[in-house]
Design a binder for this molecule. Structure first.
Ligand SMILES: Nc1ncnc2c1ncn2[C@@H]1O[C@H](COP(=O)(O)OP(=O)(O)OP(=O)(O)O)[C@@H](O)[C@H]1O
Ligand SMILES: [Mg+2]
Length: 334
């Protein structure tokens, strides 16, 4: 066995984990910054980075508490190097490098989306191939994962990410940041009585959400007294239909009947229900536990462990990048 420390600071969660290559996740912690950014209606990059600086060391200390392990038991250090807010990423990368350098341990770079993609395997063995629908705050992408490191991008959003659409629609409905959980709970009290149009999108597996957001805006302007719960439920139903129709097409086209739906928006109750229904049609649908749908370091630990076992380490001049295509990263680091 080998024990890894995982560090994730790509956006507004400071997260750390201990991951054992044989036994799996030992412990993970997430310090959320939601209340810090909420008054601004979104993440403020500089504040986020400063908060990581403040939180990371105490969080690392707490990580080892009540475990049989200390820093001296570590075999490798995994860290999210891309994509994300550059200022935030560099805090985690610098910390991981310091630990790796001081303890003379291999440093293992992880792509944040790789973490999301494999988050469904935190409590079961990894099986390839599978389709991965990444639905998060910054991404809406469909991948065919042929093998570890072999990620084929089939389609992506041409405008807003689905999480972004949730956040914007939440604001229109009077909610605050982050909007996903707000829309989700509002929708549970309503019925999908409004028929929002489905977008016509170029590219077989591409998505679009800005038209839907605008349709909600126009509808609310015309019907200010319409029950907000029903608007939320209708919006969510349309989102589910957009995502499911494209994904089912990919299942048929590639004959891959294992589907992972991952990222922060995979915590959405309606999406989970609707995607789970595909099981009846013979598709194995894998969803992360809701607490591992959003950003966390457990998923970074899992991918770090796979990369560590393949002996793929980074030099100590490793850097962070705000953007790096997953396909390319997989090719270069596997
Ligand atoms: N129950 C929910 N329903 C819908 N959306 C949700 C729910 N819970 C969280 N979200 C959304 O998930 C998004 C955050 O997801 P995540 O933390 O994975 O994104 P990110 O890390 O900011 O972006 P990325 O992973 O693309 O870099 C937010 O847009 C939030 O509104
Ligand atoms: Mg994320």
């Amino acid at each position: 066995m080998a024990l890894g420390l995982a560090v994730e600071t790509s956006c507004d969660e400071t997260a750390v984990a201990l991951f054992d290559t044989k036994k799996g996740l030992v412990k993970d912690l997430v310090a959320s910054q939601v209340s810090l950014h909420a008054p601004f209606g979104g993440v403020v990059p500089e504040l986020s980075a400063r908060e990581h600086v403040k939180n990371l060391t105490p969080l690392l200390e707490e990580l080892f508490r009540d475990t049989p392990y200390g820093f001296e038991d570590l075999d490798f250090v995994a860290v999210t190097v891309t994509p994300g807010l550059l200022l935030s990423l560099v805090v985690g990368v610098a910390a991981a490098k310091a630990v790796a350098h001081y303890l003379n341990l291999p440093l293992v770079p992880v792509h944040h989306l790789e973490g999301h993609v494999y988050s469904v395997f935190l409590n079961r063995p990894v099986e390839h191939p599978f389709l991965a629908l990444v639905v998060s705050g910054g991404h809406t992408e469909l991948y065919l994962v042929e093998e570890f490191g072999r990620y084929r991008l089939l389609g992506s959003t041409l405008d807003d990410a689905v999480g972004e659409a949730f956040d914007k629609v939440a604001r229109l409905l009077g909610g605050s940041y982050p909007g996903g959980p707000f829309v989700d709970s509002l929708a549970r009290k309503g019925r999908p009585t409004v028929n929002f149009p489905l977008p016509k999108v170029k590219g077989e597996f591409n998505f679009s959400f800005s038209g839907l957001k605008t349709a909600v805006l126009h509808f609310l302007r015309k019907n200010p007294d319409y029950p907000k719960e029903d608007v939320a439920a209708s919006f969510q139903k349309t989102v589910a239909e957009i995502l499911i129709s494209k994904t089912v097409r990919a299942v048929e086209r590639f004959g891959v009947k294992r589907l992972a739906v991952v990222g922060g928006v995979a915590a959405n109750s309606e999406l989970r229900r609707r995607f789970s229904e595909l099981q009846r049609e013979g598709v194995e649908v894998l969803l992360p536990e809701p607490r591992y749908a959003g950003d966390n370091a457990a998923m970074i630990g899992l991918v770090g462990a796979m990369r560590y076992e393949r002996g793929k380490f980074a030099p100590l001049d490793l850097n962070a990048w705000p953007n790096y295509p997953l396909e390319k990263f997989g090719r270069e680091w596997t």
